[in-house]
Design a protein around this ligand. Structure first.
Ligand SMILES: [Zn+2]
Length: 243
């Protein structure tokens, strides 16, 4: 009961949460966030024809390592309904959105479906909270990552199941630099950097360096490391937790 290594008193943890989990930087940071706040945490990963089976393996192995019960649900119908560069091997990931449109990595309805199924699972395992790493700040091209959608869906899910779920979005207003900072404050900086898979080309950790996901992740990391270095040099406030 005296373990303060995660930066907070574990005595305050209560309740149960289900984390929507892909094994990437964002959802792994959310998993650490949830582990610090909830007595019980389970993860759910959706199989929907991802380009890389490694993503599913990565999610399962992180959950196992952190001692978290892990669920994998088959949502392969999503790839059938909505061909996108993330669900179809024959569609390449484009660097930029089609003119005036969304990035071709956008999977229409993905978060609507994932969060609805996560809520059904949460009901089944007795969890009141659903945690998702969606973020409006960096990737506002995805309509189902916006806060207004999450708020709306939370109401709908609660009405649909007559249950007071809370959807938590710890990254909603953070940019990628601040997401790295959060991982660091949770004592998970190295873990997130080395163990997660964000790259669209299926390369773990720092990735291929070229795809849009790698570029976003790396620019945030570089900005955070530069700021952390400057802070450490000033040695005025804190260590940032990662030293
Ligand atoms: Zn990449």
């Amino acid at each position: 009961m005296s373990d303060l290594s995660m930066g907070g008193s574990l005595d305050n943890r209560k309740g149960k949460a289900v984390v929507v989990f892909s094994g990437g930087q964002d959802s792994t940071t959310c998993l650490f966030w949830a582990l610090q706040r909830f007595e019980e945490v389970e993860t759910v990963t959706f199989r929907y024809g991802q380009r890389h089976a490694l993503e599913l393996e990565c999610a399962a192995s992180i959950a196992a390592e952190l001692g978290v019960r892990h669920h994998e649900l088959d949502m392969s119908l999503l790839g059938q309904l909505a061909p996108s560069s993330l669900t179809r091997a024959d569609v390449a990931v484009a660097d930029a959105p089609a003119e005036g449109g969304l990035p071709n990595s956008f999977v229409p309805g993905r978060n609507l479906l994932f969060l609805s199924f996560a809520a059904v699972l949460a009901k089944g395992v007795g969890a009141q909270t659903i945690v998702t790493g969606v973020c409006e700040t960096d990737f506002s091209g995805y309509p189902d990552c916006r806060n207004v959608f999450i708020q709306s869906l939370n109401v709908s899910i609660n009405l649909a199941m007559d249950n007071p779920f809370v959807i938590e979005t710890p990254l909603m207003w953070l940019d990628k630099e601040q997401t790295w900072e959060l991982a660091d404050r949770l004592g998970a900086f190295e873990f997130v950097r080395e163990r997660t898979l964000t790259c669209y080309n299926g390369i773990q950790a720092d990735g291929c360096g070229d795809c849009p996901a790698c570029k976003l992740r790396r620019s945030g990391l570089e900005r955070y490391l530069a700021r952390r270095g400057a802070d450490a040099a000033r040695a005025a406030f804190g260590t940032g937790g990662g030293q």
